[in-house]
Design a protein around this ligand. Structure first.
Ligand code: NAD
Length: 480
């Protein structure tokens, strides 16, 4: 059993009320540890530690903050194998993905914001003819809350924590109760890197109790949240009367739009990856595939052939392409959409069944599934499934596909495959999404703004946008 504790004021501690929840392993369905189900009192203790640390941390030089963040990054890299194994076991993702993407990216987040804070400038404006100059102070907010989901556990946790502490805030953070392990291990690394106690505090527990207590805390002035759209709406309602600053990164239902003039082989290979990476449990995965009619039949058979060749297996096997889904309830929710698709006259072109992996019969495995849909308006094409299921359907014109792409409540990302420059610009301008990829997918430059429109969120993370979120702008006007 691997039991974990909260990390408060630089120390590992048990929850005050001695209340615990089970943590299970998606690969075999077994409970392998317990995590604190932290109460309001635990959140308050974490808040006090953060508040106490704030005066000194907010006055710590940028060089020193930068040095500590970069040290955290280096220690994560040095512990890559250990963190990757923990992430894979906790989440069900293939170890190869955790090693190549999740943990390196978490390390990059700390390094990036360690450097970015030394480059973060504010504006000044001279009021010509009025003998005055204005300049903007960028001041840390104080104690901020960071709440993250289970799909990319350390990757998204660090994406919030790194800019929050780089800009001088102190943090009360809660990882998903479904995948708490790497956030737990991070505390050790922060101590070793010399992060002063209280700057980062990590409380574990359920969203409805621990998470809710963070959002309800009157003196936690900003909440950076990544998770489901419904949870985001709930958090916005709770936070609104307290006028908290909010960053909400929410769900998606992203289109892959494929024109006949694209580089076919590159498109095909990338579309398999963008559909099924991390078992389709990435908010940026393409889940609706629109293919120009002239290449539709060719694409359909090539795509299905490649998807059938993906290896579903135990996450610790280096050859596994598709690991386990994160939890039993999630598997059930995802599988319901296969029945819904059938009821809506969708055709299952491949997949659709639970997979039994020998020796791990109770794991949460599902075949990667491709569904041909008769209309873009069916539920499988409109609702976020967040699993290894994609739809495909043909289109005839640019206007038609643009209308279908935009006809969902979400607007996170869109991927476009074409070599036509004018079309690229027309479509990029009109797609309702925070991120448009053209002839690639999930190529991330950490300096760029990241976020969604419509029900996919409010605000932007990434680069200086994140540092702006975690600071208050104060204009000072001096008459001389
Ligand atoms: P979720 O909304 O259930 O939970 C996310 C986090 O919020 C967890 O830590 C949870 O404990 C906490 N939470 C739940 N209820 C809360 C409450 N009342 N108050 C405060 N915190 C609460 O989401 P999930 O199932 O963990 O993650 C999957 C969702 O996340 C998907 O919808 C996916 O699209 C979305 N997501 C979005 C992005 C993005 O960048 N836009 C990235 C990854 C995942």
């Amino acid at each position: 059993m691997t039991n974990i504790q909260n990390y408060i004021n630089g120390q590992y501690v048990n929850p005050i009320q001695d209340n615990w929840i089970d943590n299970s392993c998606p690969a075999n369905g077994e409970v392998y540890g317990q995590i604190p189900n932290s109460s309001k009192e635990d959140v308050e203790t974490a808040y006090i530690a953060a508040k106490t640390a704030f005066p000194s941390w907010s006055q710590t030089t940028l060089d020193e903050r930068s040095r500590i963040l970069i040290k955290i990054s280096e220690l994560l890299e040095a512990n890559l194998q250990r963190f990757a194994e923990a992430e894979s076991k906790d989440n069900g993702k293939p170890i190869s993905l955790a090693k190549a993407v999740d943990i390196p990216r978490a390390a990059s987040n700390f390094r990036f914001f360690g450097n970015a804070i030394t480059q973060f400038a504010s504006e000044s404006h001279e009021s010509i003819g009025q003998n005055a100059i204005n300049f903007t102070l960028r001041q840390p907010i104080g104690v901020v809350g960071c709440i993250s989901p289970w799909n990319l556990p350390l990757y998204l946790f660090s994406w919030k924590i790194a800019p929050a502490i780089a800009s001088g805030n102190c943090v009360v953070a809660k990882p998903s109760e479904v995948t708490p392990m790497t956030a737990f291990l991070l505390g050790e690394i922060c101590n070793e890197a010399g992060l002063p106690k209280g700057v980062l505090n990590i409380v574990h527990g359920l969203g409805s109790s621990t998470g809710q207590a963070i959002v309800e805390h009157p003196d936690i002035k900003a909440i950076s949240f990544t998770g489901g759209t419904e949870t985001g709406a709930h958090i916005a309602r709770v936070a609104a009367p307290m006028f908290k600053k909010l960053s909400l990164e929410l769900g998606g239902k992203n289109p892959n739009i494929i024109f006949a003039d694209c580089d076919y082989d590159d498109m095909l290979e990338t579309t398999v990856r963008s559909s099924f990476a991390n078992q389709g449990q990435i908010c940026l995965c393409g889940s609706r595939t629109f293919v120009e009619a002239s290449i539709y039949e060719t694409f359909k058979s090539d795509f299905v052939e490649k998807v059938k060749a993906l290896k579903v297996g135990h996450p610790s096997d280096e050859h596994t392409n598709i690991g386990a889904l994160v939890s039993k309830p999630h598997l059930k929710k995802v599988m319901q959409y296969i029945d819904i698709a059938k009821e809506e006259n969708g055709t299952i072109l491949c997949g659709g069944n639970k997979v039994t992996v020998e020796g791990y019969e109770n794991g949460y495995y599902l075949e990667p599934t491709v569904i041909e849909v008769p209309t873009d308006e069916c539920r499988v094409n409109q609702e976020e499934i967040f699993g290894p299921i994609v739809t495909i359907m043909p289109f005839n014109t640019e206007d038609e596909v643009l209308e279908m792409a935009n006809k969902v409540k979400y607007g996170l990302s869109a991927t476009l495959w074409t070599n036509n420059l004018k079309r690229t610009m027309r479509m990029s301008n009109q797609l309702q999404a925070g991120i448009v990829w053209v002839n690639t997918w999930m190529m991330r430059d950490l300096r760029t703004p990241f976020g969604g429109v419509k029900a996919s969120g409010v605000g932007r993370e990434g680069g200086f946008e994140a540092l702006r979120f975690f600071t208050e702008a104060k204009n000072v006007c001096i008459k001389y």
